[in-house]
Design a protein around this ligand. Structure first.
Ligand SMILES: [Zn+2]
Length: 374
């Protein structure tokens, strides 16, 4: 195994620990901010670090098209290119090629497609995805998989999962032996328990440094997702990190940690920061709302981020309504800070053996809602 994973505390199925990489420790449960195109939008990397993030995510599909993996490699790799010296996880490109590219042609070999930027022709396969992620220099490489568009019937989900398991083996073979770099496999199988079990068995037989749960948070709803998470994490090796891809809202993350998930990524905190939406311990707050126009109070008086320490709700309302760049900067920072504070709280609660108490307080504060308007 490339990286040691020390599970330091358990509370029920939840675990807290440390994934030790050559570029630094990742405290788990971990939230990974998304740096799609070699940037977490509106944030400098040192600011992302200040929020408490240990690891960033980069998107293979975007980076291979622009500025290109070979160019990034010539310029010293993704860490140096974007000025982030901590660990980076890159996705395989599989999900985004299915959601963004045009003229896709899916075969056993891989996916041929046209770039959504300039129409140029490309191929993503297990082998090319491993090569691109190697050129980027990512610390945690994701196996190349296929994500069926939903809704899909069980036969289609099963066929897609089995293709992804053949691709998982090809990813493992193409990845080879790369000390200091980890390869994660991705469980598929939609909402069907037997398919999830079949997929987990295939992945365990191949052997990976970590295991992702894929194919969720694609519109099935929280109840259905939690039903899968009631059993899916337990199918994966107990001693390796488990990563729930593309999740999610704060309450999704809390429910998934309770069910034994260790790692998360989502564009939600950064994307909503650019649309005036803040995530707080009292639930979501829309700064565009007129109720904030004359409010001199901070967004959250207990938050340590620059948006909450230096600015009023009235100012955040103004810059958001005026589409000023600083509005995106401040709210993205706040949202990432809130997410990292939430993860720190979860880690502490698991260490204290009081996850139930933490979740009760989390639910209670959200149910109370935002502070009363002035
Ligand atoms: Zn804040």
């Amino acid at each position: 195994m490339s990286f040691a994973f020390d599970i330091q505390a358990r509370d029920g199925r939840a675990r807290s620990g440390v994934l030790r990489t050559t570029r630094g420790d990742i405290r788990t449960p971990a939230f990974m901010p998304v740096g799609t195109a070699a940037t977490v939008k509106a944030m400098r990397p040192e600011s992302v670090r200040e929020t408490g993030a240990d690891i960033l995510l980069g998107n293979t599909y975007h980076l291979m098209l622009r500025p290109g993996a070979e160019r990034i490699a010539r310029l010293g790799g993704l860490h140096r290119f974007m000025n982030w010296d901590g660990p980076i996880l890159t996705d395989s490109g599989g999900f985004q090629v299915m959601s963004l590219a045009s003229l896709r042609k899916l075969t056993e070999a891989g996916v041929r497609f046209s770039s959504h930027i300039d129409g140029s022709k490309h191929v993503l396969s297990p082998e090319s995805s491993m090569e691109i992620q190697r050129l980027l220099g990512s610390d945690i490489v994701m196996a190349f998989d296929e994500c069926p568009a939903l809704p899909a019937d069980k036969a289609r989900i099963a066929a897609s999962m089995r293709l992804s398991m053949r691709w998982a083996q090809r990813s493992r073979d193409a990845f080879g032996d790369r000390p200091g770099h980890a390869l994660f496999g991705i469980q598929q199988g939609g909402l069907a328990r037997d398919l999830r079990e079949e997929s987990a068995e295939a992945l365990r037989a191949i052997g990976f440094d970590g295991y992702a749960i894929g194919g969720l948070a694609v519109g099935e709803g929280q109840a259905a997702m939690f039903e899968v998470l009631d059993h899916a994490p337990q199918m994966l090796p107990e001693d390796r990190p488990r990563y729930l891809m593309g999740v999610g809202k704060p309450d999704d993350i809390v429910g998934a940690v309770l069910r034994g998930v260790d790692m998360f990524d989502c564009v939600l905190p950064s994307r909503s920061g650019r649309t005036g939406q803040a995530w707080t311990r009292r639930g979501p707050v829309n700064l565009r709302n007129a109720r904030h126009r004359d409010d001199p109070r901070p967004l959250d008086e207990s938050c340590t981020c620059p948006a909450c320490r230096g600015y009023s709700r009235a100012y955040l309302h103004h810059v958001t309504r005026a589409d000023e760049i600083i509005g995106s900067m401040l709210l993205t920072w706040h949202n990432l800070q809130y997410y990292q504070d939430l993860m720190a709280g979860l880690r502490q609660a698991i260490a204290d053996g009081d996850l139930a108490g933490f979740i009760a307080a989390f639910d209670r504060q959200r149910a109370e809602g935002d502070i009363e308007p002035l």
